[in-house]
Design a protein around this ligand. Structure first.
Ligand code: HEC
Length: 252
């Protein structure tokens, strides 16, 4: 469906909704750089939307649509189709989409959609999937139920560390833990690996939000901003936390 340049999506803006948005240049697997517009929902988690505009490519209508999605709680990114042949510079009134449309290819558009999905799942996209991050990075030790393995891997279900103030679990996942750690009255002495080079801020926020709202846990979400601040504060740290001794202080 085509819309006039001045039309707006038929969804009323939500006054006061707290979202962030930005004009983006994304890169596809084949190296193409293309324009996109991203809008991140405040309470984003798990769901992201790629908006495919009409055949004129990215325009105000679709940027507005991305904003409306984010206001409703779904992070969104609207993409442009013509990065390969028309570049990413702003376009004048004489821009002829038909000429560029004829040069698009199915694999090219698919590659751009894949890049948009990658962006949504990444640090700045606002739609990292906590369950997926958990399954790929934590489940081997802490188990699908979050119960851990008695005496070897501590539980995340009901753990005073996972449910402590945001900075505690964030720092645990960023830096890792070694030495004696007491969890729900039982002592562990294992190695929790560092994830600071493996997971980005959005992924750590998403996995911890997942941990804190599953396995019977009921603690609040953690935002990527909190992870970013802890990463910055601990950027010179090269050792994991030393169990209870270090973490008790963080908990204060
Ligand atoms: C290789 C096994 C392993 C992996 C993978 C792992 N952990 Fe751990 N984790 C541990 C061990 C062992 C400890 C306890 C460390 C100690 O005894 O000093 C721990 C401790 C913790 C703690 C604090 C104690 C508790 O039970 O609440 C949290 C929170 C935690 N891990 C979260 C995670 C998250 C989230 C992931 C995935 C991003 C993850 N861990 C991946 C082994 C692992």
């Amino acid at each position: 469906m085509c819309h006039s340049r001045e039309s707006h999506p038929p969804i009323p803006p939500i006054a006061g909704a707290s979202i962030t948005h930005s004009e983006l240049v994304l890169e596809s697997a084949d190296g193409t750089r293309f324009s996109a517009f991203g809008a991140v929902a405040e309470d984003a988690g798990g769901v992201g939307i790629v908006i495919l505009p009409d055949n004129r490519g990215l325009s105000g209508f679709y940027e507005e649509l991305a904003l409306r999605c984010a206001e409703l709680g779904y992070s969104a990114v609207a993409i442009d189709y013509f990065g390969r042949t028309a570049g990413t510079d702003p376009r004048g009134a004489d821009f002829d989409p038909a000429e560029h449309m004829a040069q698009t290819t199915q694999p090219g558009v698919q590659a751009d959609i894949a890049a948009a999905i990658g962006h949504l799942r990444g640090a700045a996209g606002g739609a990292a999937d906590g369950a997926q991050v958990y399954a790929a990075n934590c489940v081997a030790c802490h188990q699908a139920t979050g119960a851990g393995l008695p005496g070897v891997f501590p539980p995340l279900a009901g753990s005073e560390w996972a449910l402590a103030k945001d900075a505690v679990p964030v720092n645990i996942v960023l830096q890792g833990v070694t030495g004696k750690l007491t969890v729900k009255g039982a002592a562990y002495s294992g190695q929790m690996p560092t994830f600071k080079d493996k997971l980005n801020d959005g992924e750590i926020a998403a996995v911890l939000s997942y941990v804190r709202s599953n396995f019977g846990n009921g603690a609040g979400k953690i935002t990527a901003d909190v992870v970013k601040a802890a990463r910055e504060a601990g950027k010179d740290r090269s050792q994991p936390w030393n169990g209870d001794e270090d973490l008790d202080k963080l908990k204060q």
